[in-house]
Design a binder for this molecule. Structure first.
Ligand code: GAL
Length: 345
């Protein structure tokens, strides 16, 4: 019922999508103008099918990216015949070409486990803990057969960035519901869990324990504005937080909040997306903001174009963030490359 409702809603919203994007998706569906299936890619093509180095569609949604040992690692939801199928990981040195590294976190055969086959794993994020030398993954976990009622955070850990990750436990941070989420490691090494709570009415932040495996009680409401899909980054000693509204798989308007303290107060700046299609985030929903290594003040906005009837083939939007004194702007581009930043910094 839920998926029927959301796909009907998505159809309605797609019909209102801005013309270039709608035409582009149609074009791709017809087999035209797709991004390179094999061979080296030299640019980003938001909204087009994105293939890994073996020529398979990248299957890693609601993603997060970590940089480790001169490579980026892209973690995301593996979607397939059985719905949610764990967390996939891909690696890349240049951000355009991604090699499939395998299933970083599998669901469990053990029917007693919180992550038994049939559970829902969404929006996985991985961070590295310098003092323990471990890679730590957090994700939104829904228990098997319970829809979205459990609203928990799951934690897994690995000695190697690509895993396999070992599931540790799942919980509601300080008793709070926890759905869409992200992680953020600050310049001083402290890590934070940003999460939608109280039936998505609140967005909260909790500081993680020193080993990053649990939440501390330094946990507060950022604002009560019914926002989700949080993506946080830091620029010029300020924290920037992009979120979406709560309309399930259907796209809606993004917003940007800025604060000089991660615990707030957070000031609403408005929609950072500009131009045609901005009112619906160009058909997507925020998932992460990626700092580009070796480039000053270079950030990429990452979003998912969800296709609820076939989540596996949901597409990706990557667009550069144009930083402003009092905010940030994001504009649609059919194709672009990292030279965009060099031209501006
Ligand atoms: C969205 C959320 C997604 C997924 C979806 C299910 O609001 O951002 O991650 O949970 O709802 O309907």
């Amino acid at each position: 019922m839920k998926s029927f409702f959301f796909s009907a809603l998505t159809c309605l919203l797609l019909s209102g999508m801005h013309a270039p994007l709608a035409a582009q998706i149609k074009n791709n569906e017809a087999g035209g103008a797709a991004s390179v299936k094999q061979g080296k890619q030299k640019q980003f093509s938001p909204g087009k099918p994105w293939y890994d180095t073996e020529g398979n569609l990248i299957n890693a949604h609601g993603n997060g990216i970590i940089y480790s040992g001169k490579k980026y690692y892209w973690f995301g939801e593996k979607r397939g015949k059985h719905g949610s199928e764990g967390v996939n990981v891909y690696s890349s040195a240049d951000l355009y070409n991604w090699k499939f590294e395998g299933l970083a976190l599998a669901q469990s055969e053990d029917t007693e486990s919180d992550i038994t086959n049939g559970c829902l794993m969404e929006r996985p994020k991985v961070i590295y803990n310098k003092s323990t030398g471990k890679y730590v993954m957090w994700f939104h976990l829904e228990l098997k057969g319970k829809g979205y009622a459990a609203a928990r955070a799951g934690v897994a850990v690995s000695d190697r960035v690509t895993g396999p990750y070992k599931f540790i436990n799942s919980f509601r941070p300080n008793g709070n519901m926890s759905r869409d989420m992200n992680l953020f490691v600050d310049d001083d090494g402290a890590a934070y869990h940003i999460y939608s709570s109280d039936e998505n009415m609140d967005l909260r932040v909790a500081r993680l324990s020193d080993d990053f495996l649990s939440s501390t009680t330094k946990d507060t409401i950022l604002f009560r504005r019914q926002r989700e899909a949080p993506a946080l980054f830091r620029y010029n000693n300020k924290y920037y937080l992009i979120t979406s509204g709560c309309t399930g798989w259907a796209p809606n308007r993004a917003s940007l909040h800025v604060s000089s303290n991660i615990f707030g107060p957070w000031e609403l700046v408005g929609d950072p997306l500009k131009g045609e299609g901005a009112a619906k985030t160009y058909g997507g929903q925020s998932t992460y903001v990626l700092p580009v290594q070796g480039k000053k003040n270079a950030f990429i906005f990452l979003a998912d174009i969800w296709t609820p009837d076939n989540l596996k083939e949901s597409r990706y939007i990557w667009l550069p963030v144009q930083l402003k004194d009092e905010g940030a702007e994001i504009s649609w581009m059919d194709n672009w490359d990292l030279g965009w930043f060099s031209a501006r910094n």
